[in-house]
Design a protein around this ligand. Structure first.
Ligand SMILES: Cc1cc2nc3c(=O)[nH]c(=O)nc-3n(C[C@H](O)[C@H](O)[C@H](O)COP(=O)(O)O)c2cc1C
Length: 267
């Protein structure tokens, strides 16, 4: 299955089969972890594959239960150094991995961080300056949880994502582009992405929540920036399916009040 098609099959899987993935599948996954695309390749960031999910759950016991009781045979532990763009890089890079896993029929669920790094001490050797930022649960979906194509996703309508166009002004390709974007996963399904469509470039931003919301929902800013990177990977994969020669960049000089710029798609 192509990555673009995987966008339509991915959803958060929270119930997994008792069985683990084969050693062969796990080494295939290790390979594409090494080759995963990066948005900020110079940022120091790593992904550790925790083969034994139960062991990880034991180490951070009580905490996984706060994540809607997700228990999976394997996890990815994603860590980075706090540098410009590191969270968007994580979202962008790891969503490629998530879609790759989806295309193999493997279930995934992004999990925000709610544990302390000391709890991971026996499981992962984080480089000195790095901290873990998120987990991705993965494994064979449980009975009845297989990944089927989703026709109508549980998402806001297309117009919600538009900054400077009305829905009626979109052509067919632009509609498809926004549909590919909105199907991306985001923390608490917040869908913080907003886009501005110009002649040959689409800029993507995330909506910054009010200070009150940010304080109430502790690490929501962190999660939103990861969401931003995730959205950019969906824009790129969808854009590649619609136009011949696309590229992304994260260094356009564009500012919008109340929004944070994440990146652009050149079409
Ligand atoms: C950065 C991030 C953090 C998330 N954290 C959690 C979490 O802690 N627990 C959970 O059950 N789901 C978590 N999710 C999954 C979202 O709730 C889910 O993506 C969203 O509700 C949309 O549903 P879908 O993934 O099935 O399309 C997270 C997603 C993202 C992108």
């Amino acid at each position: 299955m192509e990555l673009y098609e995987a966008i339509f099959h991915r959803r958060s899987v929270r119930k997994y089969s008792e069985s683990s993935l084969s050693e062969e599948k796990l080494s295939e996954i290790r390979e594409f972890l090494t080759d995963r695309p990066r948005l900020y390749p110079n940022v120091s960031s790593d992904v550790t594959l925790a083969e034994n999910g139960e062991e990880l759950q034991r180490n951070i016991s009580g905490i996984i239960s706060d994540y809607g009781k997700v228990r999976s045979p394997h996890y990815l532990i994603v860590s980075s150094e706090e540098e410009e763009g590191h969270l968007a890089d994580i979202g962008y890079s790891l969503e490629y991995v998530v879609l790759q896993l989806t295309s193999m029929g493997i279930g995934t669920c992004w999990l925000g961080k709610g544990f302390k790094d000391e709890e991971l001490e026996n499981l992962v050797n984080l480089p000195e300056a790095q901290e873990s930022r998120a987990l991705i649960a993965f494994g064979p979906p449980g009975p009845g949880q297989e990944l089927a194509r989703i026709e109508e996703p549980h998402r806001k309508s297309l117009k919600h994502f538009l900054l400077d166009k009305r829905e009626g002004q979109l052509d067919e390709k632009e509609r498809k582009l926004i549909d590919g974007l909105r199907r991306a996963p985001s923390a608490i399904n917040g869908q913080p992405w907003r886009i501005s469509i110009e002649q040959e470039i689409v800029h993507m931003f995330i909506e910054l929540r009010s200070r009150i919301t940010r304080t109430l929902i502790g690490n929501m800013m962190t999660m939103n920036k990861i969401d931003g990177g995730i959205g950019l990977s969906h824009l790129e994969i969808t854009g590649r399916n619609l136009w011949d020669d696309i590229s992304i960049q994260s260094d356009s000089e564009v500012n919008m009040d109340g929004l944070q710029y994440i990146g652009s798609l050149n079409i």
